[in-house]
Design a protein around this ligand. Structure first.
Ligand SMILES: *Cc1c(COP(=O)(O)O)cnc(C)c1O
Length: 350
């Protein structure tokens, strides 16, 4: 039987849905869970799976939460939605607002958003404003605007976002017939690790799984406030989607870590970019740099002997690599250009 097209309909029993909630959809959720044979060989773990969230309609997991947040905003009579974003929240909010007939304003940290994400927000018709400052400064601005009643805030501080995003944990349990032993996930504003933990707890309670996984979250070294135990004034990393110095869901991320018996650790930009390249070249999966933090973290723990316990693990690949063409170009180096002859092309490929 084909999956119901709408995440809201498929998981209505687990979501804050009423008869008046509009069943909007762009076909979100139902993303592939792919076996990663190369990673299994490298890490000596029996089963490594990739949850490919870049296959969502706007190319990131943000769509799972956004469809619920926007539907609830419509139900509550909102005319407009508002968010701060490192890019993917903006792309998703702009798309679902367009779908639902709402206005959308997005506030971005100037010069820190990948090109494809900016293009999406603009094309979907959002009002896009760049502010001189970090993501954390942008979030403070939209919290102020939302408090004065300008529009409904759809950042992950909106609990409907977490509700929608937890459905990825249900899908993992359904696909594997149980929860994995461990889940590896990038951590930025920390909404997603919060959502996965909520989902795994509820999946176990609903009988979808017999156990709950350990959660391993990964921040970038230059943007690792939870690992360091203090906010980072000027977060720095190539992984722009997790370039966040003071995560809004800090406490719930720590709770997810501790209740699951997992860890939150840092990976370097070099490790992130190596995982980014290898995922594409060896597994055929093109994710964005921030997404590769999950696999970088798995490799790091495995190399240190820390991943020997789990036999079945899932790495969440949060977003699609096409969003960030500049990172791809930087990783691949320049193009060779030659005369349009067979000899010249052959010589160039030798
Ligand atoms: C938003 C995002 C993250 C970080 O998720 P949080 O919920 O903010 O921790 C990671 N990767 C990608 C691609 C994202 O868009």
């Amino acid at each position: 039987m084909p999956l119901a097209p709408s995440l809201i309909e498929r998981y209505a029993a687990h979501l804050p849905i009423t008869a008046r909630t509009p069943r909007i959809t762009l076909g979100e959720g139902g993303t592939p869970l792919l076996r990663a044979r190369w990673l299994e060989r490298e890490t000596a773990i029996d089963e490594v799976w990739l949850k490919v969230e870049g296959q969502n309609p706007t190319g990131s997991f943000k769509d799972r939460g956004m469809v619920v947040a926007v539907a609830k905003a419509v139900e509550e009579g909102a005319r407009a939605v508002l968010c701060a974003s490192t890019g993917n929240t903006a792309a998703s909010a702009a798309a679902y607002a367009a779908r639902a007939g709402l206005a959308c304003t997005v506030v971005l940290p100037a010069g820190q958003v990948a090109l494809g994400k900016l293009a999406q927000a603009i094309v979907f018709g959002a009002k896009v404003v760049a502010v001189r400052g970090s993501f954390d400064a942008a979030l403070a601005v939209v919290r102020d605007l939302a408090a004065s009643g300008e529009a409904t805030l759809v950042n992950s501080v909106n609990p409907h976002r977490i509700e929608g995003q937890k459905t990825a944990a249900f899908e993992v349990c359904e696909a594997l017939g149980d929860a994995p032993d461990a889940l590896f996930i990038p951590v930025g504003n920390a909404g997603n690790i919060t959502a996965y933990w909520k989902g795994f707890v509820e999946a176990a309670a609903a009988g979808l799984s017999r156990s709950r996984p350990k959660l391993y979250g990964f921040q970038a070294e230059g943007a690792a406030p939870i690992v360091r135990g203090a906010p980072v004034e000027e977060p720095r990393t190539v992984a722009t989607a997790i370039r966040i110095g003071n995560p809004a869901s800090w406490r719930s991320a720590v709770r997810a870590r501790d209740e699951s018996g997992g860890a939150i650790e840092a990976v370097g930009d070099d490790e992130i970019l190596a995982a980014y390249r290898d995922l594409a070249r060896r597994e055929g999966v093109f994710c964005e740099p921030a997404s590769a933090a999950s696999v970088a973290g798995l490799r790091k723990r495995a190399a240190a002997g820390g991943a020997r316990g789990p036999r079945r693990v899932v790495c969440v690949l949060t977003g699609n690599g096409l969003k960030d063409p500049d990172s791809a170009r930087a990783a691949a180096g320049g193009l060779v250009e030659v005369e349009a002859t067979a000899e010249a092309v052959l010589a160039a490929t030798r």
